[in-house]
Design a protein around this ligand. Structure first.
Ligand SMILES: Nc1ncnc2c1ncn2[C@@H]1O[C@H](COP(=O)(O)OP(=O)(O)OP(=O)(O)O)[C@@H](O)[C@H]1O
Ligand SMILES: [Mg+2]
Length: 481
């Protein structure tokens, strides 16, 4: 009975124009590869196999697979490293870790790092086939999802905004949904995460797109100047007001006003903005006439406004007015899968700008770019790539064109093969810890100086020190050698 079942399955798979999916087996034991190959081929899959991590990666580089069955303990590199490399290459396939009895813990860690599932040796054929079937289905559903999102992205005007990570795709969705309305939007995120570029996308996808998008940095102006800049003034309103002047609320009429760094605005100014948001009218400084304000407000902040509200430094009512819809932009290190895309995007942009043949990044140079912590987020990455393009004399942009602190020159970077069980996450954390300690040592453990040299706020550095469990040593006063 079971024999006929196998025979009929084989004839179906041989006559079927398409297979159930493609599977790559990476395992150093020939016997295991052969038995998996036979099992999967009989079921109707196209199967390829590789005896080492390097050989497996070479095959992945050549053509896409739906599923990879990956042995955790390979001779040349650990399955974890292969998994990390696949993610680095942006390979999307589902990965099932194959693990010997007793190493389940590592397989679970692999799942935290993006493996789909794991199976233990010796495996049960039925269960293995069911797992592969589920992985193929999941891979196809994800592919479809990405395609749909891509189509959506093209339908809207997200030109020059790059991203394919889950959080960024969600943001594109949200932008598409809320752009057409007039609702106030609050954009929150660390410096350089793309708040302004998203604010512009909201404007460009709204019915206001033909009208002006007016950015104003509320943090960089003294309060009096900010007030007259926003609301305008009549002639003689104050000593230097020799002529009347329109305010940005009027310049942005029927358009969008982008209030950047809203967290740095004083309480007095906050009340004035709140009034315009409530009444949708305002007056010129020194004026008597009320002016209608048909302006959509988008605000941005890189500080935690909720915390400021708790501390009494930001008006709660204004916070709720601004926070009708809020979009949180994740730090670049929280969406590393976007890094290769962004690198590509900026290589193209700066090659064109400098009228040079399109540059490409070497795999060796991409590695540190993906694992670096990017405290200055996309802006910092953009600057690094611009510099590399300008300095490059060749099509290939290699590691020598990247700044020392990114490649870790001078800082011992943990080797990938140091601990075969370590996940990329552990390695990166280790790397981050070493870089922070290295800088602290250079600065004689003066945290303020270290924060300055890292170009991050002191609070960010202190959070890092705490998270990375770094023990602070005593300040050393004669640290500058
Ligand atoms: N997803 C993205 N795709 C392409 N370019 C991006 C993306 N995000 C940011 N950038 C680019 O990075 C730079 C910084 O972005 P932006 O000015 O929007 O950040 P920001 O959050 O407003 O920063 P800050 O808080 O420092 O003002 C800009 O040149 C922008 O074009
Ligand atoms: Mg900005």
């Amino acid at each position: 009975m079971s024999e006929t079942a196998v025979v009929s399955q084989r004839s179906i798979s041989e006559s079927a124009p398409e297979t159930l999916g493609s599977v790559l087996i990476i395992d150093d034991e020939a016997e295991i590869r052969e038995s998996l190959e036979t099992l999967l081929q009989l079921e109707g899959y196209t199967v390829a196999s590789a005896a080492s991590g390097r050989e497996g990666m070479a095959q992945i580089g050549e053509r896409p697979f739906d599923v990879v069955l990956l042995d955790l303990a390979l001779p040349d590199k650990s399955g974890m490293d292969v998994l990390a490399e696949m993610r680095l290459l942006n390979a999307q396939q589902a990965v099932i870790m194959v693990t010997a009895y007793g190493t389940v813990e590592n397989a679970v860690r692999a799942m935290q790092f993006g493996a789909t599932n794991f199976i233990q040796k010796p495996w049960d054929n039925e269960k293995l086939l069911a797992d592969v079937r589920a992985a193929v289905a999941r891979f196809k559903a994800e592919e479809e999802n990405v395609q749909l999102k891509r189509a959506l992205k093209q339908r809207y005007n997200f030109e020059n905004i790059v991203g394919k990570s889950e959080p960024m795709l969600k943001i594109f969705d949200l932008v598409a949904q809320v752009a057409p309305s007039r609702s106030t939007v609050l954009l929150q995120g660390e410096s350089g995460t793309g708040k302004e570029i998203i604010a512009k996308a909201l404007h460009l996808n709204s019915p206001r797109r033909e009208r002006p998008f007016v950015p104003v940095n509320t943090g960089s102006m003294p309060p009096d100047l900010l007030e007259s800049t926003l609301f305008g003034h009549v002639k003689g309103a104050f000593t230097s007001a020799i002529a009347s002047k329109k305010g940005l609320f009027e310049v942005a009429d029927r358009g969008t006003l982008f209030l950047d760094e809203i967290g740095t605005m004083g309480l007095d100014m906050q009340s004035k903005i709140l009034r315009v948001l409530q009444d949708r009218r305002f007056m010129h400084l020194g004026g008597v006439q009320e002016i209608q304000a048909d302006v959509r407000i988008i605000a941005a902040t890189n500080v935690d406004l909720r915390q400021m509200v708790r501390e009494g430094r930001f008006r709660e009512d204004l916070f709720y007015r601004l926070n009708v819809i809020s979009i949180d932009l994740p730090a670049l290190r929280q969406r590393r899968e976007d890094i290769p895309l962004l690198v590509e995007h900026f290589l193209k942009k700066y090659s064109e700008e400098n009228e040079r043949p399109k540059r490409r990044i070497t795999t060796e140079a991409l590695r540190p770019l993906v694992s670096y912590a990017w405290p200055g987020n996309v802006r910092e990455l953009e600057n690094v790539i611009e510099r590399a393009v300008v300095l490059s004399s060749d099509i290939d942009v290699g590691i020598d064109l990247l700044p020392d602190h990114i490649v870790g020159r001078g800082t011992p970077v943990p080797r990938l093969d140091a601990d075969p069980g370590a996940s990329l996450f552990d390695i990166m954390e280790d790397c981050e810890r070493r870089i922070v300690i290295d800088m602290l040592e250079k600065c004689g453990w003066n945290q303020t100086e270290a924060a300055e040299r890292f170009h991050v706020p002191l609070s960010t550095l202190n959070q890092k020190i705490k998270r990375l469990n770094i023990e602070i040593k005593k300040k050393n006063n004669n640290h500058r050698e």
